[in-house]
Write a protein that binds this ligand. Sequence first.
Ligand SMILES: N[C@@H](CCC(=O)N[C@@H](CS)C(=O)NCC(=O)O)C(=O)O
Length: 309
Amino acid sequence: MPDIILHHYPQSPVAEKVRIVLGMKNVPWRSVLIPRLPPKPDLMPLTGGYRRTPVLQVGADIYCDSQCIIRELERRCPQPTLFPNGAAGLPWALSRWTDGALFTLVVGVVMSAQADELPEDFANDRGRLYFGPNFDWQAQKKVLPHTLAQIRAQFGWIDERLSGNRDFILGTEPGLPDALCYHVVWFLRGRYLGGPALLAQFSNLVAWEERVAAIGHGHPEDLDSKEALAIARCATPQSTEQRDDDDPQGLAPGQMVAVAPDVDGGDPAVEGRIVSVSLDHVAISRQDAEVGDIVVHFPRVGYRVASLA
Ligand SMILES: N[C@@H](CCC(=O)N[C@@H](CS)C(=O)NCC(=O)O)C(=O)O
């Protein structure tokens, strides 16, 4: 099996979600550390402009967004499954809450509580990314107690789910819902001074958090970013053509498109020619001067695919 390469940085909560999934799979992987802010010169040749964290590389196939990354990890390493007890489907819906509304509330607390101490370029970048061009950390700081009340009630849901000696969210086996909920808890605990006290109110959640942390990250081995580029250059994309005659946008292999997150975060679009498309993914091929032929994979949910033809 070719190497699984994760481009990430230690402080990234979304990367922590994927690292925990790699722990659940208990697989070897290569770890490339990337900068927390653009420019990301050794990542851009691979993604064609996608700048978020994490990114998965397998040879010359690049997977953007944790949704797409986790789907690919489940496909490549099906056992143990992330969907024990026939739980497929619903965890993806849960991810729209954990990665969406809940994550945004936690980013608001973590960032606005430190608004006066954070480096300006970092605060401005994350403000734009998560709250759009009119972000205002000082205004968010004023409503911190309200935001904490929102988060506390929602963490209460997780705690309630884990009552009655349920080890993991789906029962006795860990699965995708654990990684989804855990990364937000990990973020609040590690990056907000009041996080540990808030979490201490939830005994089921805290005991579960320790069980998920104990799963670990699998078996990472450091890889230099230049070596990752060399691996891509020497590899050939493995993606094969796939069409979907029911695609609502009429997307089809061969078409030139631009793909970007469907949020007002100022993310650049990635341009390329569709190789494969389905209800939950689109993969586009591009040529890069540094790494040659590359196929970049995106989820459909949360992404806008615009036709350039
Ligand atoms: N929807 C994306 C969100 C990724 C995301 O926003 N990650 C944060 C880090 S936790 C990020 O990209 N920050 C800006 C950066 O790393 O440049 C996913 O699930 O992968």
